[in-house]
Ligand binder design. Structure first.
Ligand code: GSF
Length: 200
């Protein structure tokens, strides 16, 4: 299977961490792409009409896209149990929260790097940060007992979202009021799968 990817993408990292955690690394061929919303890639567009990564091309079925779909597929493929039936809705909601943090943080990067300087809108950037910060605070206050349980797909998503905040927005200090989550992340970031996928 071919994974369209870029090392800096937190959504790709989520998929790559899940691949490593479930022992499927040998089944995946990386297809690196360098894209922005205004500089798409032809082969990627053919695989995913939305032009976004990650996208997973399979020999025996249509290309899968959206990291949540890919993670769920890869989990099912090897019966890894990272979407446990007993807490499925919690897992999906926590994953969605982490994805929302990534999405807001990525949009902030695009605003600074992709949009022409004279068209940038600081209020919009701050509103995106407010979303990310509210997401982080909600995880810290409502989800620590879930995060202290056995590994599931939501743990991976949260780890990758926080890693992306460190990578792209180190000056925002997400740890500040979120001690419990900061302690959880310090430990989670030590996992070999997280170390192997650190964005440079
Ligand atoms: C988001 C993927 C995404 O925005 C998912 O896979 O979960 N909901 C999707 N990927 C970005 C790269 S990133 O992670 O920085 C992307 O592909 N952007 C290109 C574009 O055209 O928006």
């Amino acid at each position: 299977m071919k994974l369209y990817q870029a090392d800096a993408s937190p959504f790709v990292r989520k998929v790559r961490v899940l691949i490593l955690e479930t022992g499927q690394d040998g089944d995946i061929t990386p297809a690196p792409v360098a894209i922005t919303p205004v500089a798409p890639d032809g082969a990627l567009n053919a695989a995913n009409p939305l032009g976004k990564i990650p996208a997973l091309e399979r020999p025996d079925g249509p290309t899968l896209y959206d990291s949540r779909v890919i993670c769920r597929y890869l989990d099912t493929r090897v019966s890894a149990g990272l979407y446990p039936e007993s807490r499925l809705w919690e897992t999906l909601t926590l994953e969605a929260t982490a994805d929302g943090i990534m999405e807001a943080a990525v949009l902030m990067v695009y605003e600074a790097r992709v949009r022409p300087e004279d068209k940038r809108y600081d209020g919009w950037v701050e509103a995106q940060w407010d979303k990310a910060a509210r997401g982080v605070a909600a995880i810290n206050t409502r989800w620590m007992s879930h995060l202290s349980g056995p590994l599931d797909a939501a743990h991976i998503a949260v780890g990758c979202a926080l890693g992306y905040l460190d990578f792209r927005h180190p000056d925002r200090d997400w740890r500040g009021p979120n001690d419990a989550l900061a302690a959880w992340y310090a430990k989670f970031a030590e996992r070999p799968s997280m170390q192997a996928t650190r964005p440079a």
